[in-house]
Design a protein around this ligand. Structure first.
Ligand SMILES: Cc1cc2nc3c(=O)[nH]c(=O)nc-3n(C[C@H](O)[C@H](O)[C@H](O)COP(=O)(O)OP(=O)(O)OC[C@H]3O[C@@H](n4cnc5c(N)ncnc54)[C@H](O)[C@@H]3O)c2cc1C
Length: 479
């Protein structure tokens, strides 16, 4: 009980026995698999930094719920300061691991549930908020990591869940009994599901009459019977299994598809069941928080990209080239505008009836739209600065063999004073930063597709006030 050290976090995962498949094989020990371990290490950094004198004051705070020190990744925000701290810890972690650290999504689910369960109870006199608070106490007391089981596989996108030919395309209740519910379906792109103790399931879209069985929110351990995690491929995934040419030596990201094969969920872990009209609120709250989270972690990732760009300029002898300095500045300003938008979304936050603070959704979504375009622009600038070996650098294994290794070291050399091995390492890191699909594609689709961000901006912006402002200037009367 209490704050976990990184070692205790990893041991706690070792004690779990999830059903996992990867690349055609059943995985018995998640923490000992190098591919999965790189993801666990990234989440582990949220525990590791909380242990340090330097970062503990930012990451650890007292919970108003259990009145004990907790890691902020288990703390729904109850002030503007908490909202701001979310962005700061995400930037810190993004800079530290240079990829997704996979713990913000769980916090975003906890934050959304802390608002919406209260709102559902206010209308339906249901017991969801009380149940959620008990779950939250468990998460905080044990310093757990949760993942976000939001994205259903969705089948035919033009049809509502209940209209699908196969009724299991969105996670749904197939049985209700005195003890709980039985659920079936699958959630896609489950970042860090095996680095998480708990899987939190929320609906993925607005629902309407007829979709009652799909209006679900619940939380279960990642090794609950019937849960099957199938780890997805991503572009550089065999590097960890090879133990060679890693780029980022310690950290990576993986995203399983998680199948719910008639999984039992006890009532005390059910936080919404049938209240279709609240699905939209659940989705909107979660996505807005998650889009704000991205502004923190992705600006942190750009910090690493800028560092790699400047180092490569030193190694290549191009550090004085004016056009490359300009490109590095272009990268920095992208990081800062993302960060600024997410901070602004926090400072404009407001208290909800449950006591949780919610961010400004327009600013959070503006940040995410910006990220969708500008992260790839930052990557393009980094590749431009670094040079073509980002694409096709010979392997460390070739550098190690006598026949060709010395020749490669001769010809891969840049500036004379820089060891060739360092230049090779930096190229590998840049390859990982810009070409790891599990990480880079989340810049576009993570937290919903770019159109979802636009629709939110349209819906949440005060468009009438903008029209009125223009009309007043032009001398047209507003109606
Ligand atoms: C690397 C990565 C990590 C992720 N991590 C997580 C996670 O941890 N947890 C989680 O729950 N989710 C996660 N996601 C899922 C992410 O939220 C979804 O990918 C995103 O919401 C898009 O959904 P989709 O992939 O099913 O694409 P689709 O919904 O099929 O979208 C494809 C395109 O079609 C458009 N479209 C879809 N339906 C319609 C329609 N009815 N009308 C008009 N246009 C439509 C979309 O706007 C988009 O442009 C992750 C995704 C990625 C790529």
């Amino acid at each position: 009980m209490g704050l976990k050290t990184k070692a205790e976090y990893i041991e706690s995962l070792r004690g779990m026995k999830p059903t996992v498949y990867m690349f055609g094989e059943k995985i018995e020990s998640v923490v000992d698999n190098p591919r999965l371990r790189a993801g666990i290490e990234a989440t582990g950094a949220t525990y590791e930094l909380a242990e340090t004198e330097e970062y503990r004051p930012l990451i650890v705070t007292e919970s108003p719920l259990i009145h004990e020190p907790v890691n902020r990744y288990t703390l729904p925000p109850s002030s503007i300061a908490d909202l701001v701290a979310r962005v700061k810890i995400n930037r810190l972690m993004g800079t530290r691991v240079g990829t997704c650290f996979q713990r913000c999504t769980g916090l975003d689910c906890l934050s959304a549930l802390s608002i919406v369960t209260y709102d559902i109870d206010a209308k339906h006199s249901t017991p969801y908020f009380k149940r959620f608070i008990e779950f939250l106490k468990h998460v905080q007391k044990n310093d757990l990591t949760c993942n976000a089981g939001v994205t259903d596989v969705k089948g035919d996108r033009s049809l509502a869940p209940h209209e699908q030919e196969d009724k299991d395309m969105y996670v749904r209740v197939v049985e209700r009994n005195a003890d709980g519910i039985v659920v079936r379906g699958a959630k896609a792109h489950q970042t860090g599901s095996l680095s998480s103790h708990e899987i939190i399931v929320l609906p993925t879209r607005a629902l309407r009459k007829g979709d009652e069985d799909y209006a679900l929110a619940f939380a279960i351990p990642n090794d609950t019977p019937g849960l099957i995690h199938v780890v997805g491929r991503s572009s550089l995934d065999t590097r960890q299994l090879d133990g060679c040419d890693l780029g980022n030596l310690h950290y990576s990201k993986y995203c399983p598809t998680v199948i719910f094969k008639d999984v039992f969920v006890p009532w005390e872990r059910v936080f919404m069941c049938g209240e279709v009209e609240f699905a939209v609120e659940m989705v909107n709250r979660f996505s807005a928080y998650h889009r704000q989270s991205h502004g923190g972690c992705k600006s942190g990732k750009i910090d690493c990209m800028v560092g790699a760009a400047l180092t490569m300029m030193d190694y290549n002898g191009t550090e004085k080239a004016g056009h490359l300095k300009q490109k590095a500045i272009e990268m920095v300003h992208r990081a800062e505008t993302l960060y600024g938008c997410s901070l602004a979304a926090s400072y404009e936050g407001k208290k909800e009836p449950s006591g949780t603070y919610f961010i400004d959704t327009v600013l959070a979504n503006a940040s995410k739209i910006h990220e969708g375009k500008e992260m790839s622009e930052a990557g393009r600038l980094l590749v431009d600065i670094a040079g073509g070996f980002v694409a096709d650098l010979p392997s460390d294994r070739d550098l190690a063999i006598p026949e060709v290794g010395e020749l490669l070291k001769k010809y891969l050399k840049g500036v004379a004073s820089v060891p060739v091995e360092d230049r090779v390492k930096m190229y590998r890191l840049i390859e990982k930063l810009v070409m790891e699909s599990a990480d880079t594609i989340s810049d576009i689709h993570g937290g919903g597709s770019p159109e979802a961000h636009r629709i939110t901006i349209l819906r949440e912006s005060n468009l009438k006030a903008k029209k009125d402002a223009a009309k007043r200037l032009a001398g047209i009367e507003s109606k």
